[in-house]
Design a protein around this ligand. Sequence first.
Ligand code: CS2
Ligand code: MG
Length: 418
Amino acid sequence: MNAQTRETSHYGSNNDRRIVDAKVIVACPGRNFVTLKITTRSGVYGLGDATLNGRELAVAAYLQEHVVPNLIGRDAGRIEDLWQFLYRGAYWRRGPVTMSAIAAVDVALWDILGKMSGLPLYQLLGGRSREGALVYAHAHGSDIAEASDDVGRHIEQGFLAVRAQCGVPGVKKAYGAVAAGKAYEPAESELPAETVWNTPRYLDVVPKLFERLRKDHGDDVELLHDVHHRLSPIEAARLARSVEPYRLFWLEDATPAENQKSFELIRQHSVTALAVGEVFNSIWDCKHLIENQLIDYIRTTLVHGGGITHIRRLADFAALHQVRTGFHGATDLSPVTMGAALHFDTWAPNFGIQEYMLHVELTNEVFPHDYVFRDGRLHVGDTPGHGVDIDEKLAAKYPYSPKQLPIARLEDGAMWDW
Ligand code: CS2
Ligand code: MG
């Protein structure tokens, strides 16, 4: 027992809130997910997602070996203090493994707070700023015509925003550009498949894709595109300028951003809106980008960025610079992250858009949730907490299965970004 005792609040004494169990659940209901379930003495539990695609077991071990022993006996109501404890106390700061583990604890504690107080998470954050969160779907095709048909299908389904990717002529297989109807993220093999990338051909096809999409689908639909870190800064600037006539909602990950100053070059040459940050895990990864207004949307989401406690700080900082959120929402983030992110989106004054790549049915069965898609937006329910649960018995039927996304090389064999 630590010093934080004998305190009561409107939602119970901290004796009820004491953490008595923390369980790391690893399962593969369609994709691999790592989930942390924290249980308090009162029996109320909270869930946090700790999934780091392709490196799942590293986070599971970090939690199991280094975090869980520190949680038992602590007051689940001290969310900020536990965040600081796990961040500062580890001595080693930041990094995707650490920050995903901290996020799982943090989101689980916010879930507990919601359940104990009988309030949905968005209410704890400050209440609704909007009725629903605008989402974008994924459309793709092996060529421009197929991708355009797929965009049309998504518009018919009610999406107001669609991300479009298409095959690159002469490039046999590129991550993100599969035939329409096939899974966008082919995490198929135990070791990563190797694909061959060609930048000049890609730079040639993308403006043609968006010219066609505007012709076929008009000006109302919001269109997005993910470059997936494959360009140099000057190439990214060229692409951003070449798609200006088609008014993209955003161009994502146009160039890797370890060196945040790279984005200055893109900004100098183009007014296309820019999004980046799904691989970031801390406010420090985007501080220069945000305070110099080099981006328009920040994509870092709860699971990889230290949970609600840290991302709220990041979002508030972004708001000061008129940068909006556009959280990562691929199928390798669990519905727990989606649910929590949607509550955040419902509150955040500077919310922009939410990525929504639909989970397969089995994933949804393992993680029952109350968010629903309606009229181009996702709507959270009023279940206390973040509204996402786990069916542990069902999850246990789908054990961890190592799977990797494909990587890329250039035609001369050199390793490239994907
Ligand atoms: C992609 C992701 O959703 C996106 O924008 O970039 O699919 C990303 O490749 C994966 O989440 C990586 O694990
Ligand atoms: Mg992306």
